[in-house]
Design a binder for this molecule. Structure first.
Ligand code: GLY
Length: 373
């Protein structure tokens, strides 16, 4: 079966499942499932960084099917996030994850001026986190003693498209300057000699001087958290798409090559490429995100090189679809065995962005994607 036919078949199974799942979870903002039923962060934690992915899934499905139910659910998710937009301490580096998937997606599809306003407010807040001395966007908020004011993280590359969008809409180059400065800093300090990436880099927030890299959600200092590697692959190629700067594509390819060379024989992506050899913990989200990034690299490269990234992304997705996905309506999630952080107590559960990036990757293959980033 050709890869396109395979992806079309998976797309059909996604649509059949989500028609039921979205309907029965209409008024929620899910993060994970408990016994196969989506939880709801609406009242639990409206500022949580993943709260846009449900809306993003709904926009992808609306774009692919034109079923109004999805648009209504996505709009409800977007409006609920206004509480977050009004809460300064709930705003952080993850604004792209929350508002590109909701408000900006809505604006792209419908031109809604309220959504445009939300997107720009979020972009302004993100731009306001820029540290001029160190040329990075600050990660997280004050931990109580000010000691994390100089922290930047690899994940933040995925939020830069909110600034690129704001620049493209307003033609105000400040958004572009900030996004590029952060991407340049990531290229210089996060990408290691062996093409793996750090999760956290600490800079002196006053002088901007690089201090050290830290362990984060992976196994430890100097380890190789797979979702961080995946954020780098997708994040750098997105910066390339928005700016045309060749070195960003170079970084995306380098990290992708490292990622592909590190996948164990099983084909399942571990939580950290440097976790102990007897540790079998997996993170399917890393596989979904890396596949999205590789498919974008495949689009901007040619010939044999392009086929390598395209085939690698398909291999990751096929392994997931066969062994890690549930397309029945018996449970709300699609993707299983996702892990938020190596040292968390809970591992290998369902996480909403696993489903989001799996759907996005499949829709990239079928041509049904709404480009969110
Ligand atoms: N952005 C946080 C994470 O990837 O877990």
């Amino acid at each position: 079966m050709s890869e396109l036919l395979w992806a079309q078949e998976i797309s059909q199974r996604i649509k059949e499942k989500e028609k039921v799942v979205a309907d029965r979870n209409r008024h929620k903002i899910p993060y994970t499932t408990n016994d196969g039923i989506f939880d709801d962060l609406t009242d639990q934690d409206i500022c949580w960084w993943t709260n846009g992915f449900w809306g993003g899934m709904m926009w992808q499905l609306y774009h692919a099917t034109k079923d109004e139910m999805y648009r209504e659910i996505a709009e409800e998710n977007e409006k609920k996030l206004d509480v977050n937009l009004m809460k300064h301490q709930g705003m952080d580096h993850d604004s792209g994850f929350k508002w590109l998937t909701t408000a900006v997606a809505n604006y792209r599809v419908t031109g809604n001026p309220d959504s445009f306003n939300r997107g720009l407010l979020a972009a302004d807040n993100l731009a306001g986190r820029f540290n001029l001395a160190g040329r990075f966007i600050r990660a997280w908020n004050d931990n109580g003693d000010g000691s994390n004011a100089g922290w930047a993280i690899i994940d933040c590359l995925m939020n830069l498209p909110l600034l690129y969008w704001a620049y493209e809409e307003t033609k105000d180059p400040r958004y572009l300057h900030i996004a590029c400065a952060h991407a340049d800093t990531a290229e210089k300090y996060f990408v290691r000699e062996d093409a793996s990436v750090n999760h956290i880099c600490e800079f002196n927030p006053v002088t901007g001087e690089f201090i050290e890299s830290k362990g984060g959600q992976g196994y430890g200092v100097g380890s190789s958290w797979t979702r961080g590697q995946a954020w780098a692959i997708y994040g750098f190629v997105l910066s390339y798409l928005h700016t045309g700067k060749a070195s960003y594509l170079g970084c995306a390819k380098k990290v992708a090559n490292y990622f592909l060379a590190s996948i164990p024989e099983s084909g399942f992506v571990p939580v950290d490429f440097r976790q102990p050899v007897d540790c079998t913990l997996e993170d399917s989200t890393a596989a979904c995100i890396a596949a999205c990034g590789m498919l974008e690299i495949a689009k901007v490269t040619e010939g044999r090189e392009s086929s390598i990234y395209h085939a690698a992304a398909c291999r990751l997705l096929k392994t997931l679809a066969k062994k890690r996905c549930d397309f029945t309506t018996d449970c709300d999630q699609i993707v299983n065995k996702c892990t938020a952080a190596f040292h968390d107590e809970k591992h290998e559960f369902s996480i909403i962005y696993g489903d989001y990036f799996f759907i996005e990757a499949i829709f990239k293959l079928t041509g049904e994607e709404l480009f969110i980033w």
